[in-house]
Ligand binder design. Structure first.
Ligand SMILES: Nc1ncnc2c1ncn2[C@@H]1O[C@H](COP(=O)(O)OP(=O)(O)O)[C@@H](O)[C@H]1O
Ligand SMILES: [Mg+2]
Length: 348
């Protein structure tokens, strides 16, 4: 997890503290490939090590039931299982056989909050925390809102509970500004930006050395250039360069060159091509009018595209929602995916 030490340290501290650490309700946002899913999985693992039970789910209709089932799975070693089936009275069963009756009936018709409360009640004796991690948040799911509002009750009832959420910036923003989820504005917000060159280099070296090989400074510099701070590329360049080195004890400059080339091709075919295929001609025209690297102002775009400000706004909104561009400051646009600007410029 290159470049995420601070976030991880803060979060682990929150799992260790039993008082209400603000990080226990956290949102993580970043463009595709910035490592949101990987981070949620890792934090969940660390929470488990601190004795929490965890549920990692993806936002969807049906996520609440998924959370219950994942938590039950995670708690299996702690909870005294209410025998899910019990022997019917022998008198009723035909001689020599037994019939089973489901006693989940006890909770049939109960809503999510009630079922969760039953779980909390069982965990209380062991002071076990409950962590819910939701990936790809999307405020348009009714259950997303229900989760957040119910979580608010858990917090006010002093339950030992944590809610971690991750998603694309605009989706997280929609969630934070939603009427019924406004409680989340107080959540700790963590932006998963690009990883600094120093951190990339250090993590790259450590990963190679952990694997039992060596690598020169020159080869690392080359890898860091290809990675460009993008976690998706970190994993890919490392994996490809490692494979290119085969049985050798060193990952050479040539291996990194080869790895970087393969990684770039994979990035283009796996991420860029599928992203571009979802865009209209007008969208692509808009993107080509942007500076491939750095910022483009609304004025520049209007001049280059010879379009009205209103039509610029329409395209901009769609492209931001697609996770392709960002508007970090009003009227200033940037590509959200590193390298995608150069990619669209190279199309044709
Ligand atoms: N901090 C990191 N250091 C190194 N590699 C990472 C890091 N975060 C993510 N990755 C790798 O980058 C790739 C994309 O990560 P992922 O979590 O799927 O991104 P997202 O969910 O934001 O789209 C994965 O292969 C993952 O292993
Ligand atoms: Mg993801």
């Amino acid at each position: 997890m290159a470049g995420r030490e601070q976030i991880i340290d803060d979060m682990v501290l929150a799992f260790e503290n039993d008082d209400s650490d603000p990080n226990l309700c956290s949102v993580f946002y970043g463009a595709r490939g910035t490592g949101k899913t990987a981070l949620l999985a890792y934090l969940s693992y660390r929470a488990q090590q601190e004795g929490w039970i965890t549920a990692n789910v993806t936002a969807s209709e049906g996520m609440l039931e998924d959370i219950l089932q994942r938590l039950n799975e995670s708690a299996a070693h702690l909870i005294e299982k209410p025998a899910s089936r019990r022997v019917n009275s022998v008198g009723i069963a035909p001689v020599g056989s037994m019939s089973w009756e489901n006693i989940d009936v006890e909770f049939e018709g109960a809503n999510w909050r009630t079922k969760m409360n039953a779980l909390f009640a069982q965990l209380e004796a062991t002071d076990t925390g409950v962590l819910i991690a939701v990936d790809e948040v999307d405020a348009s799911f009714a259950q997303m809102t229900e989760l957040v509002t119910t979580y608010q009750h858990f917090v006010s009832e002093n339950k030992k509970v944590a809610l971690l959420m991750a998603g694309l910036p605009f989706r997280v923003l929609a969630l934070l500004t939603g009427k019924s989820t406004s409680f989340l504005r107080r959540a700790a917000q963590h932006s998963l930006g690009s990883i600094s060159p120093t951190e990339v280099k250090e993590a790259f070296r450590l990963t190679i050395e952990d694997g039992g090989k060596t690598i020169s400074d020159e080869a690392i510099d080359l890898a860091a250039k290809a990675i460009d701070g993008f976690p998706f590329m970190f994993q890919l360049v490392g994996y490809r360069a490692w494979n290119a080195s085969r049985q050798a004890s060193e990952v050479s400059i040539e291996d990194v060159e080869r790895g970087a080339k393969l990684a770039q091709e994979e990035l283009e075919s796996r991420v860029f091509a599928s992203t571009a295929a979802e865009l209209s001609r007008g969208d692509l025209e808009f993107l080509r009018a942007m500076n491939p690297v750095g910022t483009t102002t609304r004025q520049e775009l209007a001049a280059r595209l010879k379009k009205s400000s209103g039509s610029i706004s329409t395209y901009k909104k769609r492209l931001v929602e697609a996770g392709v561009i960002e508007e970090p400051l009003q009227g200033r646009f940037e590509f959200a995916l590193p390298g995608f600007g150069r990619y669209v410029a190279s199309l044709y």
